[in-house]
Write a protein that binds this ligand. Structure first.
Ligand code: FAD
Ligand code: EPU
Length: 348
């Protein structure tokens, strides 16, 4: 187990903002995790399980133990109609998807190039290009932090929703995901309903072609965190009532929205864009000039710059459309998770 103290988190999250933590531990096994949680020296310290930090904003130096997920290993079995992939939580998601397509275990290709670890993917039920992890997840193995035993949860028990799961609610802080099981049909069905995939012919398209197209579109649309720090979509796409949508439509006829459970899901990128905020700068942080839903570390941004920018975006959108944006990115404070609403008081 590799341990560092008073160390920089800059290389451990994709916003690449300078921030520190008291202790950083790379965990390579379930036993490592058990040791960290049971170490008397660290008992009183807050603990944070971290994958690749691609959905994180550290708003303050973290006064606790950061565990970096390095649990490795993939096992493949099969039943009559399915491939079953058991994947350790620390495996790199984009590498895993690429490998699976190359091996012919197809069905994950729409989720190509999403940064992060396999073990983090169920937390917000990652999704893109017409597929969510809930569609191919068979089970999630968790380490229970009260008993320190590992148990298996079915996909149904995970209560997956849009960028949501039980791990953000009832099981928040109670478990660590150590492995994920995927169930992929041997009879492959392409998913090509989403915009840039619609030009494919369902009878001839291959999983590799979908994989390549998704990679290409993502590379064109989204800033590469290796070049420009960011955490993907900063806000979720909000769901509003049909009544609210219809009222807005009379004022904004080109509003982009899709029907969903409970109303209409509105494209937050469109809302922000139409407020004229593309390229808007706050200190070193910026609304990305090509994709308004992504906030970037433009030039040596501080966490405060990002928080102020996010608050400006949120307020501007609220004033124009009476829609409250909720951030998808997780905010971690000195000891606890926080959010824009809580920080807003401190800002004003
Ligand atoms: P982290 O950011 O390290 O952690 C996220 C949260 O999960 C934290 O609260 C952390 O404590 C918790 N956590 C992490 N691992 C565990 C564990 N093993 N057990 C319990 N809790 C844990 N997301 C999408 O859904 N779709 C996209 O298309 C998409 N595109 C993106 C594009 C870019 C350029 C970037 C930077 C991000 C994008 N994201 C997208 C967001 C991000 O990739 C996902 O949220 C991803 O699953 C985060 O994985 P991670 O390992 O980096 O998690
Ligand atoms: N749009 C604009 N201006 C912008 C950005 C977008 O008008 O600056 C419009 C687009 O023209 C399009 C609509 O908004 O009509 C939606 O845009 P896009 O298809 O790029 O998708 P998105 O809503 O911005 C969502 C996910 C992404 C995911 C893509 C593809 C959320 C919050 N974001 O983005 O996930 O990759 O769809 O499925 O649901 C992430 O979660 O981090 C993420 C990147």
């Amino acid at each position: 187990m590799q341990i560092e103290t008073n160390t920089s988190l800059r290389n451990y999250h994709t916003f690449s903002i300078e921030q520190s933590c008291d202790v950083l531990v790379e965990v390579t096994s379930v036993e490592d995790l058990q040791q960290v949680y049971q170490n008397p020296q660290w008992q009183a310290l807050p603990k944070l399980m971290l994958g690749k930090g691609s959905n994180m904003l550290f708003t303050e130096p973290f006064k606790g133990v950061v565990m970096v997920n390095k649990l490795q290993g993939i096992e493949v079995t099969h039943s009559e109609h399915h491939w079953h992939l058991h994947v350790a939580g620390g495996e790199d998601w984009p590498s895993f998807v690429k490998w699976s397509v190359e091996q012919g275990y197809v069905g994950l290709e729409n989720l190509a190039l999403i940064p992060g670890c396999v073990g983090s993917a169920p937390i917000q039920n990652i999704g893109a290009y017409g597929l969510e992890i809930k569609d191919i997840c068979e089970y999630v193995d968790v380490l229970n932090l009260d008993s320190f035993t590992v148990s298996r949860m079915s996909a149904e028990e995970c209560q997956f929703g849009y960028r949501d799961s039980i791990f953000k609610h009832q099981l928040y802080g109670k478990v660590v995901i150590v492995a994920v099981g995927f169930k992929l049909s041997k009879v492959w069905q392409p998913r090509i309903e989403y915009g840039p995939l619609q030009s494919f012919d369902a009878t001839t398209v291959t999983a590799s072609q979908i994989f390549e197209r998704v990679c290409q579109v993502r590379m064109e649309k989204l800033p590469d965190p290796q070049v420009t720090g960011n955490a993907g979509s900063f806000f979720k796409n909000p769901v509003i009532s049909l009544q609210h949508y219809q009222a807005l439509l009379t004022q904004f006829p080109t509003l982009v929205a899709y029907p969903t459970d409970g109303g209409m899901k509105v494209a937050a990128g469109w809302l922000i864009d139409q407020c004229g905020l593309k390229g808007f700068v706050q200190g070193g942080a910026q609304v990305h000039p090509n994709q308004a839903l992504v906030l970037v570390n433009h030039q040596h941004a501080t966490a405060q710059d990002v928080v102020l920018l996010a608050d400006h975006v949120r307020r501007t959108v609220w004033q124009k459309y009476a829609i409250e944006l909720e951030h998808e990115v997780r905010f971690m404070g000195a000891e606890h998770e926080t959010n824009l609403i809580k920080l807003r008081g401190a800002l004003s």
